[in-house]
Design a protein around this ligand. Sequence first.
Ligand code: IFM
Length: 444
Amino acid sequence: MTKSFTLNKVLSGADFTMGVATSSFQIEGASELREPCIWDTFCQVPGAVKDSSDGRTACDHYHLWQQDIALIDELGFDAYRFSVCWPRIICADGSVNQQGLSFYLAILNELQRRGIKAYVTLYHWELPQFLEDEGGWLNRETAYAFADYARVVATAFGDKVSAYTTLNEPYCSAFLGYEIGVHAPGKVGKQYGKKAAHHLLLAHGLAMQVLTDICPDIPSGLVLNFTTYYPATQSDADKQATLLAKAHFNDWYASPALTGQYPPLLESLPAAERPVIEPGDMAIISAPMAYLGVNYYTRALVQACPGGHFEILPPADNVPVTAMNWEIYPQGLRDLLLQLHNEYDLPPLFITENGMAEDDVVQNGQVHDKVRVNYLQHHMQAVAEAMEHGVDVRGYFVWSLLDNFEWAEGYLKRFGIVHVDFDTQQRLPKQSALKLSEWLKQRR
Ligand code: IFM
């Protein structure tokens, strides 16, 4: 028997948003109705995706969106965070795909009709292939193209949106996609990562200008993924290594957006790895945001290596891990929120993603994902504790509504609170969804 959710008073207030999240490429399918993106291309590279799958059908949300939104409503969530697929909106010849816009407008209308708030992300990693062909995020022009696309979307969506996110997890696009090549477009080279990151951050800043211009009353911000880093031992070397890992992976994105400056690490990078920063860029990147989105999944231990380098250690054998082999460490979320609160002058925060992959099995028409139930409960508790220590968190979104295309892992890792049978496209709420739902309904 899976335990019930304990009602958490701090998160029970009517003004605390409880939502569920997805992203376009991971669920939509219907790739034939849009321009190709970098993930379509990457999926064709032998060995790039573990199960050799792709996003052509995914959860077929493009056709099943009505039932998926009905499910969000039945489960009792206040908000739905989803992303718009850039190549479904802008065609290679620069024209606007009206069919693509209509798809999202129908979703927004339905959410509005049901009283569910729409949190819209403009970029969750599907760069149009026609822009990658011109250099992608290594080309500064891509940032301006993103701002143009943001203008088209914001103009069409009007006041149907509760909040906009410019980018989801630029670290993944820049580092995983352009430095170590495990994500699309699969480029490898230390000289690429931070250059791509700068253009992504510039794109964020330029889009913030557009959103402020078109919809000044809709809160807009950026979503960053954070790992909480701890030294493997209390040695000075490991402590220094931890600071360095944090500077590369967390502060490299948070600091420019929140303070207008890269971390001091910038000065110590070899010239070939430094981004080209033009006058005025940092002011654009640090435009005030209405909120910062925090995605948290795990922590990591860091060990010093010879030559001032560092190594991120895999989880120890005796710690609980998810199906991704990510350590389950709820305290890391509390520590992270307090760390951000102490180090930055923060806007309000939203936990925009939190959740886990479990090796779920359907038994007698049910999925008893008790590890996920505990995971969610303990992470929500960690958020509540941070709030009690003064951190201003306004909402929490579970990742994810549906089992979906988990990037380089294909369909092998299930993050959903709703099970998806990828042969029949049947949806089955897992115990985590049902337990959360009981709590969400009491809370109402
Ligand atoms: O599935 C991803 C999502 O697209 C971005 N954040 C992390 C999730 C789990 O890996």
